[in-house]
Ligand binder design. Sequence first.
Ligand code: PLP
Length: 414
Amino acid sequence: MHPTHPQHFDPATIRGDFPVLSELVYGKPLVYLDNAATSQKPLSVIKALNDYYSHSNANIHRGVHYLSQKASSMFDDVRLQVRDFINAKSEREIIFTSGTTDSINLVAATFGRKFIGQGDEILISAMEHHSNIVPWQLLCEEKGAVLKVIPMDDDGVLLLDAIPSLLSERTKLVSVVHTSNSLGTINPVKEIIALAHQFNIPVLVDGAQTVAHEKVDVQELDCDFFVFSGHKMFGPTGVGCLYGKETWLEQMPPYKGGGDMIQSVSFEKTTYNELPFKFEAGTPHISGVIALGEAINYLNKIDRNAAHAHEMALLNKATSLLMEIEHVRIIGTSKNKSSVVSFIMDGVNAMDVGMYLDTLGIAVRTGHHCTEPVMHRFKIPGTIRASFMFYNTFEEIDKLAEGIQKAKGLLRRN
Ligand code: PLP
């Protein structure tokens, strides 16, 4: 059961922290319901970017001068923040990347290079984002390995019973999404990890849609890798993280070669830097990392249980209102869902609905949401997806439902 809406959580106050939410679109108040694509940014994050370039800009880990030392220590401090944010054992286990996609590619390129060979198997699920499919396909093509898929039912729930028969002594990695971006399903990753670990198989969890909505504890999950993007959790674009258990990261070869990831270089032999720097070649997204630290500060300041309860209340309201609309069908009806409602309207193209809602100032996403296999599973070309964050309001859900009613009147008649 979803928790009930707490009395004390006030989205109106929270909204004040996000300047873009006061924008007008075509003269109408913006109703931003595309949070699964990217979250909006609080002023403190925007200010951190500006402050960094105004007062602290320098390259890191290289300079003896004041600014370089300052920027380096600001950057390094965020690694400690991320460690605590996901409860990793050590900051050596936190690698800064450009985002979820980059983090998964890193694991595919390095873990894959070392541990996956001809005839080995990688198990993913039927509801993966393309970024947790294609890197493995590239690896399989290169190595002659095989990609296997955990199926799901008509509610968009993974069939856990199928997992044991999909695991074999050739399975080298399980890589699953925690929260589906197109269905909203929250997968029982802890159970999947425990199952895989019975066979000593490591597990990567794609947490792109999780970190903004629930607290993550990688030690409690016992996942081997956990990946996420800054921009989906109030931070800037172009920055993200890979958490990896030290035992794995130590064994994996470097990803990209260049500055900062080396201990010493000669034409005969190069030795690599220690963790986590071994995986961070070149000048990183310094301002992005520092602003990500500010996003974590922001999240740490709000009552996350109340925020989560509010999102569940938004989800429940949207679900009930949409279920009342004839010719509208929700895709993704798992009992355990994040604040995402994907739906189709019989006889109407999803993009037309999205474009009509846009004229009302309502931002939703339409299409396959980078999960084409999910659309194939449901035999549909795409959905309309409204995804909520704790700064959304019940009034906005009403506007969404009214907009869908109007879209139906207009588009189904034509
Ligand atoms: N995985 C999931 C579940 C996602 O929702 C997304 C983005 O929508 C990604 C991976 C890719 O994230 P990014 O584009 O930030 O690398």
